[in-house]
Design a protein around this ligand. Structure first.
Ligand SMILES: [Zn+2]
Length: 229
């Protein structure tokens, strides 16, 4: 146990976060919001970050125990845990440094969001329940685990601090997946699931009425909500 975690209240909060991350990892995988190829989940507790280890998907199939979740400082130095840091930990740490509003981050490969990632298409809200996230933008390409990827994710989230504070904000990494940061882990998990549902509905509604009519319906949703306010 390091000095930074010596305070009993902090160490209790860290243990709660590690258990919560293990539970959310199982749910993400069960609900096809991520896959064996990857994803990572983190929670900030004061000046430390609890983060899923590398190979959580490919070797563990997201059956993590709380003690598998690593604890690192904001510079990425491991304080507690046995595994290797995941490749996307750079993005998580960068987001915590740039966005103090954010207390949890999920990077995932949700099955319907991936369709938009491979087509490099943004996801506009088509449900009342996803309007608050705005249009989920596609960031410029940068290879997985590069510093440039962290730059692009942070740049696309800039200006979305109010969304992070209220619930969460997200971006799509082309040919890869989603990055989502929010006020706590429940809020971020909820956002990822809502955005994936929204992505599925766009695909199905386009098949039903075509892209042009759906775009009109999407504009009608925004109008209806603004008028009702
Ligand atoms: Zn990934």
């Amino acid at each position: 146990m390091t000095e930074v975690l010596a305070a009993p209240a902090l160490s209790e909060a860290v243990e709660r976060a590690r258990a919560h991350i293990a539970e959310i990892g199982r749910l993400l995988y069960e609900r096809r919001l991520t896959d064996t190829a990857g994803g990572n989940i983190s929670v900030r507790v004061g000046d430390v970050v609890c983060l899923t280890p590398r190979y959580s998907g490919s070797k563990r199939r997201w059956r993590l125990q709380p003690e598998d979740v690593l604890v690192v400082d904001l510079g990425g130095n491991k304080l507690i845990g046995e595994g290797e840091l995941s490749r996307e930990s750079k993005v998580h740490l960068r987001l915590y440094r740039d966005f103090p509003e954010g207390q949890a981050v999920i990077h995932a490969h949700p099955q319907h969001v991936l369709v938009f990632a491979v087509a490099r298409q943004p996801i506009p809200p088509v449900l009342e329940s996803t309007l608050k996230f705005g249009v989920i933008p596609v960031i410029p390409f940068a290879p997985a685990h590069s510093a440039a990827l962290a730059d692009h994710v942070a740049a696309a989230l800039r200006g979305q601090e109010a969304r992070i504070l209220k619930q969460a904000a997200a971006v799509i990494a082309p040919w890869h997946g989603i990055f989502c940061i929010g006020k706590d882990l429940d809020a971020v998990f909820d956002a990822v699931e809502r955005i994936d549902t929204n992505a599925r509905l766009i695909l199905q509604a386009r098949a039903l009425i075509g892209a042009e009519l759906l775009a009109r319906e999407q504009a009608a949703l925004v109008d209806a909500v603004n008028t009702a306010r």
